[in-house]
Design a protein around this ligand. Structure first.
Ligand code: ATP
Ligand code: MG
Length: 417
């Protein structure tokens, strides 16, 4: 127990962390090209923020949140998603008074009490972006385009962009009625969660993961057939913009996002290569979120992209991430004078930006060579009393075993050239 990580969490070990650095750098770079700035928000918020911002008919709020009382008896929740905190911060700092739109990106852990399986964890990580302050469908297309470019820039090909519209509160009402009528005779066979959704938010039944419910909703009325003129125009507009940008997509009327306050555009990037949890990225527009949080009526659009699923997808596609460089130089020393000289050299090399290492376990010279091999050092310098006396050292190329002799005073110049 003591030495096991909690269920649904994972260590990212040093041997793997370079993969995270790689995708994090790639994401930051593409966001910069699109003019998005990073935002960091707290790991926990007042529970109320998510109850409102995610919506209390959602799985997340109903049964997945890590909620606790702090010592002052405030209800606190570890963030289960990234959008509400960014929206909260936007309102709190009155960022709407700045030039609009506001474009944010983030990289955050998220916490959800779910059943752990491949691609589903209790602590997972998301890249996300948000555009606040424009109702224009060009923003939706840009958000989708950024996700598309990011995924493709990493070499991922086996992934499909599916888009849909979930309408607005006006047209959703008609769909809601039709859907409830359609499901009325099937109500008894719905899962317990969906029975609850039937009154509170029937559209979410379309998104149920249970195979029985998926069977029952076949042939159900789809939101896309109930769009009002404004939503219909918006949906055409976003498609036109995507086509102009050269982004390929398919329309899937079955896409229903998991969070409340979604309006109009909804989209997912889905792959078949990593099993059942194939949605790598999901997002859409949420024009009613900010107001629901008590802020001004400012529209927003964005996405969340699961980093664990991203890495699984890259692995499944055989995409190799370059491993970090190993030590450039290992300094092997024999004797106290050599050690003192070696330490001075070690520090100089590091100052010059060279990855240099020395033994810290008082190994004998054979052991030091072995260690240099184990850590894949590229070159080894051997320094002993003889070398110090003759003011010459040998630099051994570990791959070819070739040795070059150089004057001690030239080491730095030789290694930095
Ligand atoms: P799912 O369809 O898997 O239930 P979701 O609709 O709950 O996902 P979002 O809230 O849209 O997911 O989160 C955006 C992305 O975060 C997902 O597309 C996925 O890549 C990732 N994600 C969500 N939940 C988890 C989890 N429990 N473990 C790992 N990644 C997750
Ligand atoms: Mg989910």
């Amino acid at each position: 127990m003591l030495t096991n990580a909690p269920k649904g969490t994972k260590d990212t070990l040093p041997s793997q962390v370079y993969k995270w650095h790689y995708v994090e750098k790639a994401f930051a770079e593409i966001c910069a090209k699109y003019g998005f700035k990073e935002i960091r928000t707290p790991m926990f918020e007042h529970t109320e923020l998510f109850a409102r911002g995610v919506g209390d008919t959602t799985d997340i709020v109903q049964k997945e949140m890590y909620t606790f009382q702090d010592y002052a008896k405030r209800s606190i929740t570890l963030k289960p998603e990234g959008t509400s905190p960014v929206a909260r911060s936007f309102v709190e700092h009155k960022a709407y008074a700045d030039v609009q739109p506001s474009k944010y990106y983030y990289n955050t852990p998220c916490f959800r009490y779910e059943k752990p399986q491949s691609g589903r964890l209790r602590e997972f990580h998301q890249f996300g972006i948000e555009v606040f302050g424009t109702p224009n469908m060009l923003a939706d297309a840009e958000v989708i385009c950024l996700a598309n470019d990011f995924l493709h820039s990493l070499g991922i090909k086996d992934i499909e962009l599916q888009i849909n519209s979930v309408g607005c509160p006006h047209c959703r009402e008609n769909h809601r009625k039709a859907l409830k009528e359609f499901l009325a005779s099937k109500y008894d066979d719905l899962c317990d969660t969906c029975k609850d959704r039937y009154e509170r938010n029937p559209m979410r039944i379309l998104d149920c993961k249970s195979p029985e419910c998926q069977e029952l909703v076949k042939g159900a009325p789809m939101m896309i057939d109930y769009l009002c003129d404004e939503c219909k125009d918006a949906f055409e507009d976003v498609q036109k913009n995507l086509t102009s940008l050269g982004v390929e997509f398919t329309v899937n009327p079955g896409i229903v996002r998991g969070l409340d306050y979604y309006t109009k555009t909804a989209f997912e990037f889905i792959t078949n290569s990593i099993g059942a949890q194939g949605t790598v990225c999901g997002g859409g527009r949420y024009d009613n979120l900010m107001e629901a949080l008590g802020g001004p009526p400012i529209p927003g659009v964005g996405f969340g992209l699961g980093i664990e699923r991203l890495l699984l997808t890259m692995e499944a596609a055989g995409i190799e991430i370059p491993e970090p460089d190993t030590a450039e130089v290992f300094i092997a020393v024999m004797g106290d004078d050599a050690k003192a000289f070696g330490l001075k050299l070690l520090r100089q090399l590091r100052h010059e930006g060279i990855h240099a290492e020395m033994d810290v376990l008082a190994r004998n010279i054979k052991g030091q060579f072995k260690y240099a091999n184990r850590i894949n050092a590229k070159k080894t310098i051997v320094i002993g009393d003889n070398e110090l006396a003759e003011k010459k050292v040998a630099i051994k190329d570990m791959a070819t075993s070739q040795q070059t002799e150089i004057a001690i005073d030239d080491i730095l110049a030789e290694l930095t050239k």
